[in-house]
Design a protein. Structure first.
Length: 300
């Protein structure tokens, strides 16, 4: 390649090879163009796409990150110079890149992957929803809500978007809006465990213990031995001021059953700790007192 060639010429040659599926040659031309114009975000973006087509997601990620650092609005609008034609399987490549980074706990790179996916396929509800989840996990709740809103404009009855938007609203302490979304999600999936549990937690956080108890009870009708829900309902009864019976029954159930499991695996110290916790709540609990005596005997 001759030195006098312009970055624009090299970029156009890269696009031509890219659109023909010659990704190695495309990358070569993009790289030569970047030697002349190292801060050209369009070239960086398209070289990233070429790397993604080849399955080189680490290099693709570096180019996407560099392009976005130069132009934070890159994925909202590319320049009129154009970009490479995106093959259908690139959608899946970019989407899977987002999933891979998300599963590694690299939420920033996951967001980049889903954002790139949405640039080439703007109506991809899964990518929109997954990007919202990644935003939620790093407490970018407002951006997460924007993503769920976009999904719900396309599909108003999308359960996942409603449920996840509820989680984002809960994350910023807007429990009323969270409850509205969980309620809509339950209209689509009645008696859904996650939505009932999250709505119960939202009610509890805003001090509406009666409605929280109703949701936890609905879960326990379906899954009576749900330890976490028993503990949550016991906590709601306790906060409500119902110390004497119902809170104790729920704490007994969750701590007692858990303690039996500890005994079975020989973890006597943890079992003792749990039964002592029961007795702190209910000092007259004869079952807990007897079990505690037996465990201490076994431990000798």
């Amino acid at each position: 390649m001759e030195e006098e060639l312009t970055a624009e010429y090299l970029y156009e040659r890269g696009l031509a090879y890219h659109n023909k599926g010659s990704y190695d040659l495309a990358i070569e031309y993009y790289t030569e163009a970047l030697r002349i114009e190292p801060d050209d975000h369009d070239i960086l973006y398209n070289r990233g796409l070429a790397y993604a087509e080849k399955g080189d997601l680490d290099r693709a990620s570096k180019d996407f990150t560099a392009a976005r650092s130069i132009n934070p609005d890159l994925y909202k609008t590319l320049s009129n110079r154009g970009s490479a034609k995106i093959e259908p399987d690139t959608y899946e490549t970019l989407f899977n890149r987002g999933i891979t980074y998300y599963n590694k706990g690299d939420y920033d790179r996951a967001i980049e992957g889903y954002t790139a996916n949405l640039k080439v396929k703007s109506d991809d509800q899964k990518a929109q929803n997954n990007r919202g989840i990644a935003h939620t996990d790093i407490s970018n709740h407002d951006l997460a809500i924007d993503d769920y809103n976009a999904t719900l404009r396309i599909k108003p009855d999308d359960y996942n978007a409603l449920y996840n938007r509820g989680n984002a609203y809960a994350g910023i302490g807007n429990y009323d809006r969270a409850i509205e979304d969980y309620t809509e999600a339950l209209r689509i999936k009645p008696n859904d465990h996650d939505a009932l549990c999250s709505r119960g937690n939202a009610y509890c956080n805003k001090g509406d213990y009666d409605h929280a108890i109703e949701d936890y009870t609905a879960i326990l009708k379906i899954k009576p031995d749900d330890r976490d829900t028993l503990c949550s309902r016991g906590s709601a009864y306790y906060k409500k001021g119902d110390y004497d019976r119902r809170a104790i029954e729920d704490f007994n159930a969750t701590l007692g059953n858990q303690s039996i499991e500890y005994i079975e695996i020989g973890d006597y110290d943890q079992a003792i700790e749990d039964f002592e916790a029961v007795l702190r709540i209910d000092p007259n609990n004869t079952i807990a007192r007897d079990e505690l005596r037996k465990i201490r005997a076994l431990k000798r």
